[in-house]
Design a protein around this ligand. Structure first.
Ligand code: UDP
Length: 453
């Protein structure tokens, strides 16, 4: 731990779980480097201050009620949060700025999540330097910069008939990997991406949770196109050896003692992140596919991953019968610990960026089932660029599921994939060690912040 450096950072995380985790993680890293940390957060999905005793917390009223949160889709909620948080955030930051002095360390800068479009202009008005945290990968961000070209070439909105076509401008992407644009309301997605690029261009720099060896060429393209400094400090969770959970949901740690009893590299860990939802029919197909794979499994079924939150308790008996004795179901897992467990042989994932990076950090091969946003791009990189996983091809159907799991856990192809995953794990690990590229990027970030006057 470095001595306190008498500089305060104001961190403004986006409330979605993956974004919140990344920002709190960044806060811990920068606290360990001597900064004081104040977290400004929404009421919606608020973090628990008692889990982060070294940080100060200040909440803003976002006006999101429970019914909006449960009925809106992710994009709708994203757009609403962006509108509702702008004024309360400005009022909060103004109050923090005007109450500077006394015992509190002076503000060095604001670091806000890149999904808020208003933060850099608010900071400029209040004469505060602003950095943004990008919690997804460099490849997806580069795609956001070329979205107007993709639109012009007719790749978006994606037409079903073209979905398997290659995107010539961005190999090895297929049209279906590009984030989906609702043909009825295409402007929603276009606005989200335009805002993202605008806030980044307005910022004094981008902290991004990736590492040079993983996305070198996309990082180089971004530096060229966006002309702001980039600080790739990933995988950021590897900087803090012991970090408290930042989950807003209780982690079921029983699954670790269950994993202790399973043979090495035998378990398929199944989790689709904090947002993706399935139909009951899809859940049943997953259950039957897991049973047919004849491999032990650990499956996260979040209460809201099916429309009916009581679904698991009420689910038909043949569903649970299919699973009897073969695996364990939990509502929320300590995912990083699970992926680091020697019994875990593969990860069936929705290809969210945090999950992808956490899997890479532990050398766990992935079975990819992207659902929306950046996930299609992440999954394509996993299967075709880094070659550390496969797609669930052929649809969410029990035979495909069982075949794909066996392919990863019991066949030669799976063993080759694991070898490549272990090489990448080593690169990730070197990256955050003293002198490694992400370690150097963190040093550069700190010098950058301390240069602000
Ligand atoms: N996560 C977890 N326990 C679970 C499922 C997910 O701790 O049972 C964490 C996971 O480690 C990751 C985050 O939730 O840090 C999910 O982020 P990701 O970007 O993968 O997906 P999103 O939830 O944003 O779709």
């Amino acid at each position: 731990m470095n001595p306190r450096n008498n500089h305060r950072l104001i961190l403004f995380p986006h409330p979605f779980q993956g974004h919140m985790n990344s920002m709190l993680q960044l806060g811990r890293i920068l606290y360990a480097r001597g900064f004081s940390i104040t977290i400004v957060h929404t009421n919606f999905n608020a973090p628990d201050p008692s889990s982060h005793p070294n940080f100060a917390f200040q909440s803003i009223t976002d006006g999101i009620d429970q019914s909006e949160a449960s009925t809106l889709d992710t994009r709708g909620l994203l757009a609403l949060l962006d509108v509702r948080c702008a004024v309360p955030f400005e009022e909060c930051l103004r109050e923090i700025v005007s109450s500077q002095g006394g015992d509190a360390a002076p503000i060095a800068c604001l670091i806000s999540d890149s999904m808020f479009s208003f933060t850099c202009s608010v900071a400029q008005r209040l004469k505060v330097h602003a950095l943004v945290l990008r919690t997804a990968g460099a490849a997806f961000l580069y795609i956001a910069t070329i979205f107007p070209v993709l639109k012009e070439k007719g790749y978006v909105p994606v037409l079903g008939s073209r979905s398997e076509e290659a995107v010539k401008e961005f190999p090895p992407l297929l049209v279906k990997d590009i984030p989906a644009v609702d043909p009825q309301k295409p402007e929603v997605m276009f606005r989200i991406l335009d805002n993202l690029i605008a806030v980044i261009k307005d910022s004094s720099g981008v902290i991004i949770n990736t590492f040079e060896e993983l996305e070198h060429s996309d990082l180089a393209s971004l530096r060229e196109v966006l002309s702001v400094p980039f600080f790739p400090i990933g995988p950021s969770h590897r900087f803090c050896v012991t970090s408290p959970s930042s989950s807003s949901q209780a982690e079921d740690t029983d699954c670790i003692s269950w994993l202790d009893k399973q043979p090495p590299k035998s378990v398929i860990y199944v989790s689709f992140g904090s947002l993706a939802a399935m139909s009951e029919a899809e859940m049943l197909e997953i259950a039957l596919g897991l049973a047919d794979s004849e491999q032990p499994f650990l499956w996260v079924v979040r209460p809201r991953s099916v429309r009916d939150p009581e679904w698991l308790e009420k689910s038909p008996s043949h569903f649970l019968k299919a699973l009897e004795g073969r695996g364990k179901i939990v509502k929320w897992a300590p995912q990083k610990e699970v992926l680091a467990h020697p019994a875990v042989g593969a990860f069936w994932t929705h290809s969210g960026w945090n999950s992808t990076l956490e899997s890479i950090s532990e050398g766990v091969p992935m079975l990819c089932m992207p659902r929306f946003a950046d996930q299609g791009v992440n999954a394509r990189y996993v299967s075709d660029v880094w070659r550390i996983g496969v797609h669930l091809n052929g649809g969410l159907e029990r035979e495909n599921i069982a075949r794909s799991i066996k392919r990863l856990l019991a066949e030669r192809e799976g063993a080759e994939i694991r070898e490549r995953a272990l090489v990448l794990k080593e690169k990730a690990s070197i990256s955050v060690r003293q002198g490694g590229p992400s370690y150097q990027a963190l040093d550069a970030l700190i010098s950058h912040i301390l240069s602000f006057k």
